[in-house]
Design a protein around this ligand. Structure first.
Ligand SMILES: NC(=O)c1ccc[n+]([C@@H]2O[C@H](COP(=O)([O-])OP(=O)(O)OC[C@H]3O[C@@H](n4cnc5c(N)ncnc54)[C@H](O)[C@@H]3O)[C@@H](O)[C@H]2O)c1
Length: 387
């Protein structure tokens, strides 16, 4: 296949970033993907994205208002790039796979683990590539951190602190509701972080103990004045202890209900030093490389092939990198860097936090992944007809 003929499904906010990423690749001469269709239940959004694509591809994709219309159109397609809200990941991905399309799916894999298993099952049955959009790990700094750890710069990883506290009480549409989003930021943004934990620690989470809270039941048009409220049902704070392979302890706290001074600290300690997401690498003898120096040292270490793989055409756009990886997986018949299983494992850690918070005890990832601890997710699955 010369180019992967792609349908962009769900044309909201992140789809715009996907179009810009595709444009970046196109302008660098990396032209493995061609958008031939756009699709959104709000047709105008699909048309807008199609017009944006035309500006660089020169050919305008056809715009559709439903997946049924798209799949029934007879248009020649190889793959779908799904950028819808979480409750629509499985409803869109499963029919695409069944129609023989390869699927790139924005994170998280699905709204619940059961929904994720449906998608993975459909990919296996159809023998198609399933990739989950994990862009964070593809940024130069995360690549440099990963390299520094593999180089032994911090010795054996021991303790990983990932802390973000602040206040964010503005309305955020479907993201404020469990039945559309699956959970709050612990899943939405958090799945990027659990992917990073797995990537950097090169291992799996085994056990989770978490406390989750909803301190703030309302979101506001005017958060400072607490005016224009609606009630929400997702968490706004969570604190988790996660045991990874090799006895590594991850302590992850996130809160959007912490007013006053915000607090962010992300540090991985090992036996010989630490990596700090603000200041870079520090060895136990005091030697130090700032963030930029660490990235520069990493870039210098790369051979031409690695450079092309990690930063195709020289692009540092993390979404461009993930889409190129997907295109290669489709064209070369190989597994993408983050496949369905990788997406599932990262999501399972987020779900283990919700499940542990729900039942008030530590949980093994095994029981969460097998669906033996699903009290938090069951109402969502019931509402979506998944059980
Ligand atoms: N990787 C990242 O950094 C990142 C950043 C933001 C969002 N995301 C992810 O991207 C996805 C979308 O988020 P967003 O911020 O773009 O949301 P959004 O609400 O801006 O866009 C979602 C779009 O999907 C459309 N849609 C809904 N149901 C549909 C259906 N059945 N068929 C076709 N279109 C449908 C909506 O009309 C809307 O235009 C989510 O999975 C989110 O977690 C990822």
């Amino acid at each position: 296949m010369e180019r992967v003929k792609l349908a962009l499904i769900g044309c909201g906010g992140i789809a715009g970033a996907h179009v810009r990423a595709l444009e970046d690749l196109w302008n660098r001469g990396v032209r493995d993907l061609e958008v031939v269709a756009t699709c959104d239940v709000v047709l105008e959004r699909a048309k807008d994205r199609a017009r944006e694509v035309k500006k660089f591809q020169k050919k305008q994709p056809r715009a559709f208002a439903s997946l049924e219309d798209l799949l029934g159109s007879g248009l020649e397609l190889d793959a779908a790039d799904i950028c819808s809200l979480h409750s629509e990941h499985h409803t869109l991905a499963v029919p695409c796979l069944q129609a023989g399309l390869h699927v790139h799916l924005e994170k998280p894999l699905a709204i619940t683990l059961r929904a994720g298993q449906r998608i993975m099952g459909a990919a296996v049955a159809a023998q198609r590539v399933l990739a989950v959009g994990e862009n964070y790990r593809r940024s130069p700094y995360e690549r440099a951190v990963h390299w520094a750890i593999r180089q032994g710069r911090i010795g054996r990883p021991r303790l990983f602190f990932w802390q973000d506290a602040g206040e964010a009480l503005g309305k955020w549409g479907w993201r404020n509701f469990k039945h559309a989003a699956g959970g709050g930021w612990i899943l939405d943004g958090g799945v990027h972080f659990t992917d990073l934990f797995r990537y950097h620690l090169n291992g799996e989470a085994r056990e989770v103990y978490a406390l989750t809270r909803q301190f703030e039941p309302y979101r506001y048009d005017e958060p400072k004045l607490r005016q224009g409220a609606y009630r929400v049902d997702v968490e706004d704070a969570a604190s988790a202890l996660i045991q990874f392979d090799d006895e590594v302890v991850v302590q992850w706290t996130w809160a959007s209900s912490a007013p006053g001074k915000a607090f962010n600290k992300r540090v991985l300690y090992g036996s010989e030093g630490c990596l700090d997401w603000e200041s870079g690498w520090t060895g136990r003898d005091g030697s130090h490389l700032g963030r930029d120096e660490l990235v520069a040292a990493f870039m210098e270490s790369l051979g031409k092939d690695e450079q092309d793989r990690l930063f195709p055409g020289g692009s540092h756009d993390a979404i461009a990198v993930e889409l190129k990886d997907f295109a290669d997986a489709v064209r070369l018949g190989r597994v993408p860097e983050v496949d369905g299983e990788g997406g599932f494992k990262a999501q399972a850690i987020c779900m283990a936090i919700f499940e542990s918070g729900w039942c008030g005890r530590p949980l093994s990832l095994r029981e969460v992944e097998r669906g033996e601890a699903s009290g938090y997710q069951d109402p969502i699955d019931r509402a979506l007809g998944l059980i």
